[in-house]
Design a protein around this ligand. Structure first.
Ligand SMILES: [Zn+2]
Length: 318
């Protein structure tokens, strides 16, 4: 099934497609990701003002999302001077090529985890996707999204970092000091999250996702540790990979829902109890009218309660 390609299957959050940028803090704005029922999602993107230009965190999947980023940058009157990918999922990195076409000298900060993905998950996904396209079962919208993802996979140079993030570092990017952290074996083999001490904004990528976590390439226990590291920071606002910014109490509520889900999966409780537990614990993050049950059921079956080898598949180098 092409589902593999489609990391973040999530047809969960019906937010307006390509909404206007939202100010998160002084000099920091969010270009919200889209998530509509018939399309693959775009992750959130963030533009951060820096002395030498703008720092862009994540590039989305669809051209309309990259256009929204480029328009927001133009309104600021500054070039994009650096790009950071929180992780290699294509709803966060698929637009690297388009952004770098406009700003070719901007370095890309990212984890080297994309190398393992290109040799494994993404290669398998691409083959599955091609077969699915040939079957003629894809809707025109799905076919368009699959073609976009295949094109991104076929240009690995745009996904690989020019400056790898290999651990925790406080570094000057485009003249602005930022703290970059690498969470190993979490939502992916290497998730980058950022903390800006000046504004006390934390950018979490898909370590925090409103509605439901995407566990397709996850090491659940590593992800739990990453959330502990995030909780230890004195942030005011956290920008998740998908969904609206959260304050600290909201994040702690989401974190509790996540750990409860993992604990439930490890217990003797029935699947239905774990599914209902998520629905209850994460209710503040699930938009009205949306239902996360089938997605949580899918992740219980394919990851959290899979055979030990499969459950631990992403807890080691790919
Ligand atoms: Zn995502």
């Amino acid at each position: 099934m092409f589902k593999h390609l489609v990391v973040a299957v999530g047809v969960l959050v019906a937010s307006a497609a390509h909404a206007d940028p939202i100010d998160v803090a002084a000099g920091m704005s969010l270009v919200p990701g889209s998530n509509s029922a018939d399309r693959q999602p775009d992750g959130n993107s963030i533009l951060i003002n820096a002395p030498q230009g703008l720092i862009l965190v994540d590039t989305g999947r669809h051209r309309a999302h990259q256009d929204a980023i480029l328009i927001a940058a133009r309104l600021r009157g500054k070039p994009i001077a650096a790009i950071i990918n929180t992780h290699w999922h294509l709803d966060h990195s698929g637009g690297n090529e388009e952004i770098r076409a406009a700003f070719p000298i901007a370095p890309l900060y990212a984890s080297n985890a994309v190398d393992g993905a290109l040799g494994g998950f993404l290669r398998t996904s691409r083959a599955d996707a091609e077969a699915y396209l040939r079957s003629g079962k894809a809707s025109p919208e799905m076919a368009e999204d699959i073609a976009l993802d295949m094109a991104a996979i076929d240009n690995p140079g745009a996904l690989r970092p020019s400056i790898p993030v290999t651990g925790r570092t406080s570094t000057g990017i485009a003249g602005r000091k930022l703290e970059l952290n690498l969470a190993p074996f979490a939502a992916t083999e290497g998730d980058v999250w950022l903390y800006d001490r000046r504004s006390r904004v934390l950018i979490a990528g898909d370590l925090v996702v409103a509605a439901a976590p995407y566990l397709d390439t996850a090491c659940p226990e590593g992800w739990r540790k990453a959330l502990d590291s995030i909780a230890a920071r004195n942030f005011r606002i956290l920008v998740p990979g998908h969904g609206a910014p959260m304050n600290k109490p909201q994040f702690l509520k989401w974190k509790r829902a996540f750990t409860n889900l993992l604990d439930c999966a490890a217990s003797d409780a029935a699947n239905a109890a774990c599914i209902a537990g998520w629905r209850r614990d994460a209710s503040a993050f699930i938009p009205a009218g949306k239902n996360t049950d089938s997605l949580i059921a899918y992740y219980l079956e394919t990851r959290l309660r899979a055979a030990p080898d499969e459950r631990e598949r992403y807890c080691k180098p790919q």
